[in-house]
Design a protein around this ligand. Structure first.
Ligand code: TRP
Length: 327
């Protein structure tokens, strides 16, 4: 079975967009691949974080992944900061990365503009990401399009290392999800529903209460045409509601269009809200069960045991090849 590895940054509360656009796909992948899912918490501190918030969010997110259907029997689930081999390998890779290569990363350029006086960690972040991937011989890395360049750096570093020291790393391939699964902000439907948006009116969080979910969907921005059909360019708001309904009902867009073709916008919104509430209350019930039973810690302990063993082997192989230590 090919190995798949993905990291989900604990940079914000998980949203309906994270579920439909990412987690749901990982649930489908878990039967096809040997799946590694981890929380890259070390990546989160490349920009300022509140320690208390960060700490609670890490466990909360793991609880939510499980509640969304990520099965701990089929996935290896762990925290990056608990396995010290990630940062160790990252250092060795840093010493094989050129300054030009690191400073060319688009996300680094964007974020350094946004945050001003940035840390060195923000510059070396993609190299730590390469270590996350290469440490476990991952064949595939599902990520958003914004991370594609980072996976390409991981490929370049793996090739460079293999050429210099002999076959050591698998060259990973990015897996970019289909466009259809992208959920937009309800207040600003041409913009992705992003967990790090400042304004939360257009975001549905997986742990929002029923009331809040209904309110946010009923006040979603639409248009004045009053006809329900799918057209991303002309009707981004309505198309987004249809996409949400389609993703949660497992009907395709054509079938959803057909179902609502004689509906007014109010009725469409109510039906979308009913479905979202039904799904999210189900997820929330499971979430509380997992959090209250200590299941999250158990899963993370087991994951750590598995990955430490694998990482140690790979890291020792790297040390030997580079000429470090006494081996
Ligand atoms: N950088 C990724 C993001 O912001 C998270 C991440 C860190 C990651 N390490 C990874 C994703 C390794 C895939 C594989 O989304």
């Amino acid at each position: 079975m090919k190995r798949l590895l993905t990291g989900l940054q604990p940079s914000g509360e998980l949203t309906l967009g994270s579920f439909i656009g990412g987690i749901k796909q990982s649930v489908e992948f878990q039967d096809k691949y040997d799946s590694f899912i981890f929380v890259p918490d070390l990546h989160a501190i490349t920009v300022p974080q509140d320690p208390e918030l960060l700490k609670t969010r890490i466990k909360k997110n793991v609880g939510l992944y499980l509640a969304c259907g990520i099965d701990p029997k089929k996935n290896t689930i762990y925290l990056q900061s608990e396995n010290l081999y990630h940062t160790n390998l990252s250092w060795i890779l840093e010493c094989h990365t050129y300054m030009g290569e690191a400073s060319r990363m688009t996300q680094f350029k964007d974020k350094s503009k946004r945050y001003g006086n940035v840390s060195v960690g923000l510059l070396t972040y993609p190299i730590l990401m390469a270590a996350d991937i290469l440490l476990y011989n991952a064949d595939f890395v599902p990520t958003g399009i914004d991370q594609k360049q980072h996976v390409e750096l991981a490929r370049d570093l793996a090739e460079r290392f293999n050429n210099k020291y002999g076959e050591t790393f698998i060259i990973p391939e990015p897996l970019i999800p289909e466009v259809g699964s992208k959920i937009m902000d309800l207040q600003n439907p041409t913009k992705k529903m992003s967990k790090s948006s400042e304004d939360t009116k257009g975001l549905i969080f997986l742990l929002d209460s029923e009331d809040v979910i209904r309110k946010k969907i009923m006040s979603a921005v639409t248009d004045s045409d009053n006809k329900v059909y799918y057209d991303i360019e002309k009707k981004p708001g309505i198309s987004n509601l249809l996409t949400i309904y389609s993703a949660l009902s497992n009907l395709n867009i054509k079938e959803v269009e057909e179902k609502f073709k004689d509906s007014n916008y109010g009725n469409l919104k109510k039906c979308v809200a009913d479905l979202v509430v039904e799904k999210l209350l189900e997820i929330q019930k499971k979430y509380h069960e997992y959090m209250d039973s200590g299941m999250v810690d158990k899963v993370l302990d087991e994951g750590l045991k598995t990955v430490e063993k694998l990482a140690k082997e790979k890291y020792n192989e790297v040390l030997k090849k580079v000429g470090l230590g006494r081996v």
